[in-house]
Design a protein around this ligand. Structure first.
Ligand code: ASP
Ligand code: MG
Length: 432
């Protein structure tokens, strides 16, 4: 039965990191093994900067510099891995960089999202080309596959939707019954017309789930630079602990509320086929992983805390002392959908509807402007939303001590409070 491995940017950030992959893959002898890989290190961020420069005629020099620096980074990795041996994929990588440059010229006046997908996909195309050559050099028979041809999507650029029947058919046709490692790109897909698409930032986890779903895989392993999933971000909470086992539903809740653990779309395709997901450390592969599967028994064992920063609180009031009735709620939520925004917390009363939103100016500003046309709108910036899953009695009060809460919400499994970021500590502590 198939296993799917996913390696993120950190696990292939340079030549040394790529070398560490070999024993992990060698240790897994069963085939087929599908290996889904992200772009190296912070390449995607750099490709976004390159894109911004490409779209601005006055920044040609910057564009060249960005492109050269990406080329240098990748060349250095290839140099360290292959020297000047004939096995180096340097020529193929250089051809991919030329294609990237040509795509930037071709799409400079295309809509942003389309231009984005036709260019940012090269991070993964290049990283997988290097890693495939490396594994072959290590005598691990590896086939490189183009995810733009396997993962069929619609043309909703930057957030493409999967055409499941077509994707399943092409993945099965191309990948089933192979004796090789099947190496492919996370994050990217392609339309029927052959245009590249992307699935949303950090979308490689979702890609791994797509391949696993279509191949009825036995399991998915996400290899990370941490030993598994934690009940809070260890950089912000001094007593965060690893979660040993949680359900698909719990993992989805955590991701939904902003825990940067797994892309939220990943769990659905796995849950449908009861495929377990392991999160393990590529630095400490013998440490027990976190396991996500259908078992819900352990979900409430450990409370989890999630911080969402850069939040905005909007209070929307009808004019002329009227009610915030259903037609108005419908109208406001409709505008939210149109702006492509998600409310992280909502609260409504007779004459007011309030929402907590991510401060993404390119989406938020047009939304606020549109609401101001018909309602009275007040806005509070620089806020932090704290979400606690399965809080123990008194825990939220303890966590909020000495801080004013602008809003709060609580149900059977989740408590949320919204604070001014200036009142929040750098390091938090989860009360016992
Ligand atoms: N390289 C893409 C990103 O950084 C996809 C991923 O890493 O999952 O967003
Ligand atoms: Mg990445």
């Amino acid at each position: 039965m198939t296993t799917v491995f996913k390696f993120g940017g950190a696990s292939i950030k340079d030549a040394d990191a790529i070398r560490q992959l070999t024993p992990l893959i060698e240790a897994h002898e069963d085939r087929p093994l599908v290996v889904v890989i992200s772009a190296m290190g912070k390449t995607t961020n750099k490709l976004e900067a390159l894109l911004a420069a490409a779209r601005d005629e006055s920044r040609t020099d910057e564009y060249r510099q960005c492109l050269d620096s990406l080329k240098t980074e990748h060349s250095e990795a290839m140099e360290a891995l292959f020297g000047d041996s004939g096995e180096s994929p340097a020529e193929r990588v250089s051809a991919l960089f030329q294609e990237l440059d040509a795509q930037h010229r071709k799409h400079r006046s295309s809509p942003y999202a389309k231009h984005y997908d036709q260019t940012v996909c090269y991070g993964e195309l290049i990283s997988t080309t290097i890693v495939a050559a490396w594994l072959n050099r290590c005598s691990i028979a590896t086939d490189w596959h183009d995810a733009r041809k396997l993962v069929r999507t619609d043309s909703r650029y930057q957030a493409a939707n999967i055409d499941w029947p077509t994707t399943a058919e092409s993945i099965r046709q191309q990948l089933e019954d192979s004796d090789s490692v099947l190496l492919t790109q996370g994050f990217i897909g392609g339309t029927e017309e052959g245009e590249a698409t992307t699935l949303g930032r950090e979308g490689s986890d979702f890609s791994a789930a797509i391949f696993a779903h279509c191949l009825d895989a036995k399991e998915v392993v996400i290899w990370k630079d941490v030993t598994g999933l934690f009940n809070a971000d260890p950089r912000r909470f001094d007593n965060a602990v690893q979660l040993e086992r949680i359900s698909y539903a719990e993992a989805t809740e955590l991701a939904w509320h902003g825990a940067k653990v797994i892309h939220p779309k990943t769990l659905g395709p796995l849950q449908e086929k009861s495929i377990p997901l392991m999160v393990r450390s590529f630095e400490a592969p013998d440490t027990a992983p976190s396991v996500i599967d259908a078992e819900q028994r352990f979900d409430a064992d450990v409370p989890s805390c999630i911080l969402r920063q850069d939040q905005v609180w909007l209070e929307v009031r009808p004019r002329n002392f009227s009610f915030m009735d259903e037609p108005r709620l419908h109208d406001i939520l409709g505008r939210l959908v149109e702006a492509g925004m998600h409310a992280n917390l909502v609260d409504s009363s007779a004459m007011r509807f309030a929402l907590c939103l991510d401060d993404k100016p390119e989406r938020l500003d047009p939304l606020v402007e549109s609401l101001q046309g018909d309602y009275d709108v007040s806005r509070e910036n620089n806020l932090t939303l704290l979400t606690v899953r399965h809080p123990q009695a008194g825990m939220m009060d303890e966590l909020s001590k000495g801080r004013e809460a602008l809003a709060e919400r609580r149900n059977a499994t989740t408590a949320q409070r919204l604070f001014h970021s200036r009142d929040c500590p750098e390091t938090w502590h989860i009360p016992d």
